[in-house]
Design a protein. Sequence first.
Length: 248
Amino acid sequence: MFIILPGGIVSRLLLTCARKSAVQRHYLPAVRLGGWNGEIELATAADPRPALDGVAGLLLPGGYDVHPRRWDEAEALHGSAEPDEGRDELEIALVREAWRRKLPILGICRGEQVLNVALGGSLAQHIPDRYGLPEQVHRRGHADEPDEAHVVEVEPGSRLACLVGAGQVMVNSRHHQAVLRVAPGLRAVAWYRDPAAGTELVEGIEAPDRWVVGVQWHPENLVRLDGPTGRAALGIFRGFAAALADAS
């Protein structure tokens, strides 16, 4: 089903990616399960840059790293980093234009990081070096085998809490970069906390005045799980679908 706007424009979801086959396999089923039945446009860095006319919202999926020059020209690239500068260029421009238009935006893992950097925030390039945590705490499992890696604490009263529930939520985890300085216009609303190590890692961000949400985990891999973890993941996509419908 396509949603037709006045003037015959089709309202669609724009989903950026590195490989279309990967997002078709993992993200599109979650988007559909969440309730979005409209058109979905996939865009890679190799495609012509898509226009946002007729776009209901933007979904930024996971992927390789954001290059540090995007938040600090003087910061050297960490030896563990695998930057995707083509996606950086594409997605940062799209985020800024979508923000200007007040479109709904959902950022997942790398997508959360791109969202934060595009709006003026920064990242920690390598969690073990910055926070002294073992790499396997946050970089484990893969898309085909959902792995409940650790607890995230979600701020009561936040938009994210309305989607996944306030308090503690179990999540999967496949990242080694993380939000460091939160961008102006966004706020941190979820954290991984390790009291023994004195660590507090941002795991979720959102805009207080519009539907813009970023999460560090991969809810697209969890939506079919039974129990609270699956319900929380599905809640993100249901909320996003509702926001898309409102924007159409």
